[in-house]
Design a protein around this ligand. Structure first.
Ligand SMILES: C[S@@+](CC[C@H](N)C(=O)[O-])C[C@H]1O[C@@H](n2cnc3c(N)ncnc32)[C@H](O)[C@@H]1O
Length: 323
């Protein structure tokens, strides 16, 4: 995707912020735990946090989350839905946090919008040594017959190559790399898939697909025609015609792609000590060695930023999933 197109699509979500909050899926907790497993601590930056779908899953697994989101309408939804979360305006290219402030940076369905030539050094800056960068992408399981039919009818603006298990690995394997000649700040990712699903009706699935970036930037007539085709398909299929069904998202957070800032092995000590991720399909996307970066640890500064923003303190009670 060209830079202009990326900017247009990446900034399209605010126009549908309320619908996004209502209809987009959350993330499989197992995927989030897996992504956080190598992190040295619980402080997590949710980058491109949108209305807080991944943020909510992060808080549910016991992370101490800071959410950063550039779109004011999306940020308003996030603050409305998750008033106790520390949420800041900002972008991947200009992260409003001090150096060495977080143990992990996660991005849910967002890393492909970042300009990694600028965002890579920014992310490396805010991570502690040994910190983790992980992209997560929710995809729809087109190995299920009716989902494959839906993908065909919808077209790539609604269900693109990043949105199905057959192609997400190839589509996201390089998302952490700069597109220009700038040096990469992160090593090769591991990729893993985890089952997930979302309860939908024909109408609510149409509403979900209407929040895809490709749909939001589409001319109105084409937009209506595409949604009409999708609705007609869903009411024609026995699996989706009547009442609620589960949209199989085989890999709920199908792509957790941890990219280590330093080559620390998966180990005990991070957030998922208490709750281990179940086994997953793992793929080494590239056999290249991981890149090391150094960052200054300034935990006190992180606390100062929170205080100056009038945000709630870090001392969230341990959720039941961590006990
Ligand atoms: C598909 S939404 C995902 C939102 C949320 N993470 C989720 O999983 O629902 C993509 C989000 O990335 C944000 N975004 C776009 N470009 C960005 C950038 N350069 N830096 C940070 N966030 C960006 C958009 O505003 C939008 O909220």
């Amino acid at each position: 995707m060209e830079q202009d197109e990326r900017l247009l699509h990446g900034s399209s979500f605010g126009a549908a912020a309320t619908a996004y909050a209502e209809h987009r899926p959350d993330y499989a907790q197992a995927a989030v735990r897996w992504a956080l497993e190598p992190a040295p601590g619980r402080r997590v930056l949710d980058l491109g946090a949108g209305t807080g779908k991944l943020t909510a899953t992060l808080t549910a697994v016991g992370a101490d989350v800071t959410a950063v989101e550039p779109d004011p309408a999306m940020l308003t939804e996030l603050r409305r839905g998750l008033p106790d979360v520390h949420a800041l305006p900002g972008s991947a290219e200009a992260i409003p946090l001090p150096d060495g402030c977080v143990d992990a940076v996660l991005a849910g369905n967002a890393m492909h919008w970042f300009d990694m030539a600028v965002a890579g050094p920014e992310i490396a800056r805010v991570l502690v040594p040994g910190g983790v960068l992980a992209g997560l992408w929710n995809v729809m399981d087109d190995r299920v017959d009716w989902v494959a039919g839906l993908a065909q009818v919808s077209g790539s603006a609604a269900i693109g190559p990043r949105d199905t298990p057959t192609s997400w690995r190839a589509e996201t394997a390089d998302a952490h790399l700069p597109k220009t000649g700038v040096a990469a700040r992160f090593g090769s990712p591991e990729q893993a898939e985890f089952p997930h699903g979302q309860r939908r009706t024909a109408d609510s699935l149409v509403a979900t697909l209407a929040t895809r970036a490709g749909m939001l930037v589409m001319p109105e007539q084409e937009h209506e025609a595409t949604l009409g085709r999708i609705r007609a398909f869903l009411v024609s299929r026995p699996e989706t015609a009547h009442g609620e069904f589960t949209l199989p998202m085989l890999t709920g957070t199908p792509a957790a792609t941890p990219i280590r800032a330093s080559p620390s092995p998966r180990r005990s000590g991070g957030i998922s000590d208490a709750v281990r991720a179940p086994p997953a399909t793992r793929v080494n996307a590239k056999p290249s060695p991981r890149t090391r970066h150094t960052a200054t640890i300034q935990p006190m500064l992180c606390d100062m930023v929170r205080a100056s923003a009038g945000a709630p303190s870090n001392n969230n009670p341990t959720p039941s999933s961590m006990r």
